[in-house]
Every structure is written in C-alpha cells, then in structure tokens.
Design a protein around this ligand. Structure first.
Ligand code: COA
Length: 322
C-alpha cells in the first residue's frame, strides 16, 4: 500500500517587505542580504491570521475533492493563532471535515517533514483514506525587529499537501528523521508566561522572540541536510541521479548550494523559492513543493526528495514518487 502526495497548495499574505524597507529598520543593506542569504523580499501577515493562510492553502488542495475522505489533519506550526483550540481543530471546523482527526505538531522548520512522516504512519496503521498536512507560519510575530542577524531572514505563509492512500501505487518510498541535541540552544524562542503570585522576585521572563546563533545554526544545517539525505536514500536502491527534484527547506541559498555540491547534483534540480519568501519555517518546504508542482517540470513517476532542518535541533528527508 502506498501513501501518495496527490495535491499541493500555498498561500502568502498580501504585504511584501523588501530588503530596502529593512534598511530603514536596522543597520543592514540589500546587497549583504542578497549575497549572504539569497533573500530579496518576504511576506508579512498584517491583515491575515495563521488560520486565514492555512485555510487558503488547504482549500487549494481540496478543490473538487470529496472532503468526507479526509480522515486526518496535521498542522505544523510554531506560531499558532491560539494554543487552544489548536490550529488543526480550527481548520477541521472551517473546512467542514467531519471525519478528520486533527492536531498540531511542533518540530520547528522540519515540521512539514515530521508531519508527512507522522501522517504516513497513521494512515497505514488506521487505514485512513486521506490526510492534509499543513505547514503554516506567521513568523514575523516572533521576530525581533531590532536584531539584524535574524529579522532579515523570516517571513509568513502557508503550504499544504493532500496525501491519499493508494493500494496500487508506490507514493512515499523512504523517510529518515533525526533529532540532534541543542545544549546551547543556538536556535530558540521563549514563551511569554506571566509571573504568578507565587513566583519569586527573580522570576525570569522569557520574551517570545526568535534568538539564533547564525553561524552555528548554519554549520548544523549544512551537515544535517546531507546526513538525512544520505540516510533517506541509503536502502532504497536509488542514487541521487534517480531523484528528479530536491525540495529543501528555504533557510539560506548557501545551504541549498552546499547540498547541491555535496551530492554532486546540479542546482537546477533543487527547488529555490527563497528569494521572495525568506525562511517561513515549517511552511517553506510545502510552499516550495507547490512552486515546483505548478512549474510544469514534474512528470508522473518522477521521484522527489523533501528535506527539512531546524530548531530542536531537528532534521528529516522524504523520498516519494509522483
Ligand atoms: C544568519 C546568517 C545569514 C548570517 O550569515 P553569516 O555569514 O553566518 O554571517 P555572520 O553571522 O558570520 O556575520 C558576518 C557579519 O555580518 C554582520 N551581519 C549580520 N547580519 C547582518 C545584516 N542583516 N546586515 C549586515 N550585516 C550583518 C555580522 O554582525 C557580522 O559582522 P562582524 O563580522 O562585524 O561581527 C547565516 O549564519 C545563516 O543563514 N545561518 C543559518 C540560518 C538558518 O538556517 N536558520 C534557520 C534554521 S531553520
């Protein structure tokens, strides 16, 4: 039995924040950002909520689809609109998915990969017919707009994939997931819990803002992406030449270039969407996958590798056949 990715969707907020506008906010310049990251613009959700974006991406997947078949909804996010109800519950309600089990998952920028991996397993064990896996983020909500080392990197958006059980076709071929410890918390975001009447005076308030030691995270990312790629392909009988397209997390163009060089695969096989979105955490991979699927380049039977890495530290790769 195979679990196939049969449809994708994507939604971006309206407001475009350019590198030039960032020059007004912090001590940076367009050339530095483009050269060091590959990012020119990113979107900021001003009018839209996380739910608006994820609903729009999911509706693209569900257009013309029998919604009663959707047995599972997994939303990967680190920036939900609310803790309760979770984003999955809100989506299930607003999409009228009467049969779906819905929940949220947090694996930072690897979240979509973890979501597909989880969905595949649950679909097989429970005989679920189809599942929606969504990565949706309003990262600009937790961005420190005074920190030039991070505020130039992040943006908002949502991406979605519709998975379907197929008794005759292959679908997902292989997955490899790995967690690495982060003793120094080189990539972290606090929770703004308030001081309780019982807390001592030295109660430490943790601002809900992303903090990142960029160079350390960069080094982790370059190694981790290759480790998960190598492990995902290892026992499949495939080589990198057999993979038609690679869809990496869009964190930094230099990380994508490094993966292309290490695997010996031409950069044209890597989907690059970072220029106009920046890093949108768990939404990056499904949005980039959607860009690839609507490009007209993908043929039936092609093999695609999805790769994620991020906070936790976490990483994973999935190979599937279209
Ligand atoms: C953040 C990142 C782009 C910084 O690039 P870098 O080449 O590592 O740059 P460094 O942090 O070494 O900084 C180099 C210099 O540029 C400066 N700099 C940092 N941000 C800058 C900005 N926005 N504009 C101009 N200069 C900047 C630094 O202060 C430093 O100056 P110094 O040498 O005088 O101290 C890069 O480290 C990165 O992409 N890291 C991984 C990000 C990532 O993948 N995060 C998410 C994982 S999911």
């Amino acid at each position: 039995m195979g679990i196939k990715i049969i449809k994708t969707g994507k939604a971006l907020p309206e407001y475009i924040l350019t590198n030039r506008e960032l020059e007004e906010l912090v001590d940076t310049d367009n050339d530095w950002i483009v050269e060091r990251t590959g990012i020119s613009n990113r979107r900021v959700a001003i009018k839209e909520s996380n739910l608006d974006l994820s609903l729009k991406a999911a509706e693209m997947c569900l257009k013309g689809y029998d919604r009663s078949k959707v047995d599972l909804v997994i939303v990967s996010t680190i920036t939900p609109d609310k803790l309760v109800p979770c984003m999955g519950s809100l989506l299930k309600r607003d999409l009228n998915l009467e049969n779906a089990i819905a929940f949220d998952l947090n694996a930072a920028c690897s979240g979509f990969i973890y979501g597909v991996w989880t969905a595949e397993a649950l679909m097989k064990v429970n005989n679920f017919r189809s599942a929606l896996v969504i990565g949706s983020e309003c990262l600009t909500r937790i961005t420190n707009w005074e920190d030039r080392g991070t505020c130039v990197l992040f943006g908002d958006g949502a991406g979605c994939a519709l998975l379907e059980r197929d008794d005759n076709e292959t679908g997902i071929i292989s997955s490899f997931i790995k967690n690495y410890d982060d003793p120094k918390e080189v990539l972290a975001c606090g929770m703004e819990y308030r001081k309780r009447p019982f807390d001592s005076e030295d109660f430490s308030y943790q601002p809900m803002l992303i903090e990142m030691a960029g160079t350390q995270v960069f080094k982790f990312a370059v190694n981790a992406i290759n480790e998960v790629m190598d492990n995902a392909i290892k026992d499949t009988g495939l080589t990198y030449e057999d993979i038609a397209f690679f869809v990496p997390h869009q964190a930094n163009m230099r990380i994508i270039n490094a993966a292309s060089q290490k695997t010996g695969q031409d950069i044209t096989k890597f989907q690059v969407s970072i220029k106009d979105t920046g890093n949108v955490s768990s939404a990056s991979v499904p949005m980039a996958l959607h860009d690839l699927m609507v490009s007209g380049k993908v043929k039936k039977g092609d093999k695609i590798m999805l790769m994620g890495f991020g906070g936790g530290l976490s990483a994973g790769a999935i190979i599937y056949q279209v």
